[in-house]
Design a protein around this ligand. Sequence first.
Ligand SMILES: C[S@@+](CC[C@H](N)C(=O)[O-])C[C@H]1O[C@@H](n2cnc3c(N)ncnc32)[C@H](O)[C@@H]1O
Length: 191
Amino acid sequence: MMDLETAKNTLGEEFSFFCDLFMEQLEALALPTHARILDVGTGMGRAAITLALSGYQVLTGEPAQDHSEYAKQPWFTDAQKVGADHSITYEPFDATALPFGDGAFDAVFMMGALHHVDDPAAAVRECLRVIAPAGVLCILEPTPKLVSMARESHPDHPDPTDPTRLVQGMDVQKKPGQMFDTYLIRPSSDS
Ligand SMILES: C[S@@+](CC[C@H](N)C(=O)[O-])C[C@H]1O[C@@H](n2cnc3c(N)ncnc32)[C@H](O)[C@@H]1O
């Protein structure tokens, strides 16, 4: 597998941009290398590839029936180019009805995916269900600035979703950013 900087040069500017933003949050979480990780909403595979390049095994997926412009992207070719394909397992799934047991993961990531889900409340509920009590749900949602950039190529791009309104009574740590706001939600903080 390539080192991160060589992989960024290989996959280009757009991957590099998202990779850097994601890495900042990933490093802050300091997950152990054996952490069981789920990436919800494969898309362009930027989160999954960054996780793999960081030494994690990752399970990623999106709905089999999603034929929107955001799904079924050629991420596997990118993963192969940088030798990250062996650390990524793809399985189609719907975030609103995850086919995994309670507490199956130590960390669940949704990078730029929650606002694409039809029923975001059900998706967050399901993500929290599959996280172990000491685990974390890490949601990155685009800021209005990033959404307006995205609308230059995708005029129908949806507005961001604020997960805090979906998990009332839970402690949500919000980390505002220039391009993404990050929300950390921990099942153990459920009161
Ligand atoms: C903009 S892409 C996400 C970008 C991606 N995380 C990355 O790192 O490149 C949005 C993703 O959300 C997925 N999505 C939409 N509805 C979903 C659902 N109900 N369950 C899981 N994923 C969903 C889409 O299929 C797509 O993969």
